[in-house]
Design a protein. Sequence first.
Length: 485
Amino acid sequence: MIGSTVAGYRIDALIARGGMGVVYRATHLGLERPVALKVISRELAGQEGFRERFQRESRLAASLDHPAVVPVFDSREVEGELIVAMRLVEGGDLRRLLDREGALEPARAIALLGQVGEALDVAHAAGIVHRDVKPHNVLVEGDRAFLTDFGLAKALDESGGGASAASVVGTAEYMSPEQWSGRAVGPAADVYSLGCVLYEALTGVAPFARKAAESEPQMPAGLDAVIERAVARDPADRYSSAGALIAAAREREGAGMAPTRVLSEATATERATKPLRGVTGDAEFPRARTLAWIGASLAAIAVLVVLPFLLFGGGVDVSDPIPVGSPPLRLAAGPEAVWVSSERDGTLTRLDPDSGAAGDPVRVGAGVSGVAVGGRWLWATVPRRGELLRLDLESGRTLQTIPLGGAPGPIALGGGRVWIADEEGRGVTAVNAQGGRVYRRGLAPQAAPLRLAVGAGGLWVSSASSGNVRRIDLGSLRVDAPIPV
């Protein structure tokens, strides 16, 4: 793709890849102007009604005129490709800034997000709800901040993808209760998300990830009350605008630093259970990796229901709960042991299949995600570090660290290889199990989220964003055509 021409734009370099598509640094050949060119995933573009709604929302987003809104120069369909050309912002996004520097000084955090708040209020006045305010969508260039991807979430949601379709519908750490439960959303949903982003910018800790933090989250005294109001369960109890939220935060930015428990796991558990009882009909939920609070409930249920059968056979007797760590949890069962990963604690715990006793947790790093047992080894992925780990099946000791880059997540084993799905849409990676060499990267589908299974002659990959399944040949790595399901 690099060096090729698409719709009059020369592709110069890859900027980012995600569940919605790929963003390139490109040059408009007629004007010799550098742009950020987003090419929408063909799997999304092929969904019925998506193209028309996407183009309509892109035109609406292009009508916004504000210094903190990334201008949209071009949006159209060319030779089957949906493209969006935007201003190229040099500097990177807030996600990378926080990963690099950690918590920001309160005045800097509020100054940057104050610009985002102004952009949101302008959008809301124009009838646009962003629906995916998160650090990835805040671009930072010096002391300036820009909000990008306006309208894309609305286009995807209206096309029938629902809340589980892709990250643009909402990323769970930053998404309001009414959004993930399938109810109608308005400007208050963006206020909620902005409050979550402000929390992370001030503390350096993602919402509902306090246990995984290396130190106690802190912020200026009194600011946690501001964020508490911004993330109130009832939209009517939140600030009336994004600007009002920022104004309240500015009043407290000079206070002394104090520990905070706002957006803690206790709050997450409450939000994970109570709203679910009121959801009926066809409401769907966001992708598993980011469900810090919905996933907490589902993972706990999985351990209570599935684990007793793994440990004690196929009867109907159910054991008492076995404490193994903080959810979300994932399981891998081998002939002699069951291993459970705790994403928040960053641990792997071995369970004895005869007694059900849990061994001492083995710490492998916060954010540990996929886990699988195969042959002589235990395998685990750590998305935050972009690593695949080979571990001793008995002790859990790390034997090999295999750098993959990206955000490796779900794992499947078969054909002498370890198959890893990237959680940010970079596709599937094949690693030779014996030596740990990366054999192939970027196998289709390049979307997120993906789930993997081996059997019936191949690796099977499901894509929630497209509603399709693909088969990858275990030997040749040939990727078959999508199968709509």
